[in-house]
Design a protein around this ligand. Structure first.
Ligand SMILES: NC(=O)c1ccc[n+]([C@@H]2O[C@H](COP(=O)([O-])OP(=O)(O)OC[C@H]3O[C@@H](n4cnc5c(N)ncnc54)[C@H](OP(=O)(O)O)[C@@H]3O)[C@@H](O)[C@H]2O)c1
Length: 326
């Protein structure tokens, strides 16, 4: 058994290091032979989960995974018509399930504030929150409050949403918050000084690099939230989904999608770990970063590990611009 455990760990780590195999369809195909058991059927019956970016790709797949386990699911998107379409078609596939449409642009801090205020009256208890909404732009774009769009959608909005939903999460007694980051975050670092242009205002804008850096921020911020919410019995983790040919990848990375198409995993496989984390709340060690049902390092061996001063600087900035303290 011990030899088998060492062997599967070695294969798992090799998949991770190879990137292409681990992130693509081969990753879950092999790992599912040894990864932790599926959540028991109906393990989310009586539980309520909110998924952002639920109208497409990985978010839509996560919604289905959560409904299959019996959860009541709130599908949050920014486009009212699209949300309504998704709610209707999901209801047809899951008759009898509680499916609630929510409209909010998570990159718009005012919209997040007013959506949360309304939701608090309707949602007394929240057992799961999946921060999945994601975007990537070629040129620098700003949110209604003037923040770089990736920073707003991946970091500031989810931070404000988590803070606003703290009470219903605590009321669950066993809630789980998951931040959907990206393997792209391995290519980005945070800095503790002015070299870290948090809003990407200086120099030539590189959309892929900005995306990767905000995905790194998600991982660092999630770990800080994990400490802050432990007192409420809320588990907070981040994860990366691997590579999946979703509408988002087709739109923003068409060349990547063309080159890797035969290797890409399904959206359900990309969403699997999020659903599993919410349903099983496995023990998690800092920095709480997961992929394919296992904790993963947040840096590869040759990279420098995290910089506490850089994280502190990020948290100070996020708290200042959102007005929400951890
Ligand atoms: N697919 C991959 O290989 C991959 C790899 C690494 C990480 N990820 C991460 O996985 C998550 C899901 O990505 P995906 O590939 O499924 O992309 P997708 O198909 O583009 O889905 C993204 C979802 O986020 C929503 N969204 C975007 N901006 C929003 C905003 N301001 N407010 C509310 N919702 C917003 C989109 O809504 P609309 O439909 O209205 O645009 C859509 O429902 C993202 O966080 C992404 O960074 C994906």
């Amino acid at each position: 058994m011990a030899v088998r455990g060492r062997l599967t760990s070695a294969v798992d780590a090799a998949l991770d290091r190879s990137v292409v195999l681990g992130y693509g369809r081969v990753g879950p195909a092999l790992r599912s032979r040894w990864w932790p058991a599926d959540p028991p059927p109906a393990s989310l019956a009586g539980k309520r989960v909110l998924v952002t970016g639920a109208t497409s790709g990985i978010g839509a797949a996560a919604v289905e995974g959560l409904l299959e386990l019996g959860a009541a699911v709130h599908l949050l998107g920014r486009n009212a018509e699209k949300v309504e379409r998704c709610v209707q078609s999901t209801r047809q596939r899951f008759p009898g399930s509680e499916i609630v449409g929510e409209v909010c642009d998570v990159g718009d801090l005012d919209a997040v504030r007013s959506w949360t205020a309304g939701a608090l009256e309707r949602i007394g208890r929240l057992d799961g929150l999946l921060h999945n909404a994601g975007t990537m732009t070629e040129a620098r774009e700003e949110s209604p409050q003037g923040h770089e769009i990736g920073l707003a959608v991946h970091v500031l909005g989810p931070h404000l949403l988590t803070a606003g939903l703290r009470e219903p999460l605590a009321a669950s007694g066993a809630a789980s918050v998951v931040w959907m980051s990206s393997g792209g975050m391995y290519g980005a670092r945070l800095h503790a000084d002015d070299a870290d242009d948090i809003e990407f205002r200086h120099g030539e804008y590189d959309g892929v690099q900005a995306y990767a850096r905000t995905k790194r921020m998600q991982v660092e911020l999630a770990a800080v939230w994990a400490d802050a919410l432990a007192v409420d019995g809320v588990s907070v983790t981040s994860m990366h989904p691997g590579w999946s040919g979703t509408p988002g990848v087709l739109e923003h990375l068409p060349r990547f999608e063309r080159l890797t198409r035969p290797l890409l995993r399904t959206a359900a496989d990309a969403a699997d770990t999020a659903v599993w984390l919410i349903a099983t709340r496995p023990p998690s060690r800092p920095p709480h970063f997961w992929h394919d049902r296992a904790q993963r390092p947040t840096t590869f061996g040759w990279q420098r590990s995290g910089d506490d001063a850089a994280v502190e600087r990020l948290v100070t900035y996020v708290e200042a611009v959102t007005g929400a303290r951890l």
